[in-house]
Design a protein around this ligand. Sequence first.
Ligand code: HEM
Length: 112
Amino acid sequence: MSPTVYHILHVSSLLVLFGYTFYAFAAPAETRKRVLIITGIASLLVLIGGFGLITKLRVGFPGWIIVKIVCWLGLSALVGMAYKRRAQANTLMLVTLALAITAVLMVYLKPF
Ligand code: HEM
């Protein structure tokens, strides 16, 4: 498969992951199961797209990829917390944004 396919898979599933993560902070409790399934699948597709790109573009494992994987782990954990910790929703949304922006900075600046 061409790297473009992995790029599209990576970025499209990121849109779904972020959209539903922010929805989770305000969504009614009964949506939890459905949202966890959707974000779980999106999260997996982000990873498949990411590793596909690593292979196709022969990126290897520089520091910026490790940082992105840490951001991805954090984001994947935040969805579950969004339903349980409503009182901290504002802080957790800021953490979500910070992780997303860090991951984007890593890919465009590749600082290490
Ligand atoms: C926190 C979640 C993540 C965000 C917000 C994110 C964001 C992005 C963005 C915006 C791009 C650029 C796409 C383009 O230029 O077409 C990209 C590319 C890439 N991502 Fe991610 N990503 C995330 C997680 C990951 C993970 C977990 C991996 C590795 C398993 C990964 C590996 C890559 C690779 C290898 C590229 C291509 C780099 C290049 O073109 O030089 N990403 N990512």
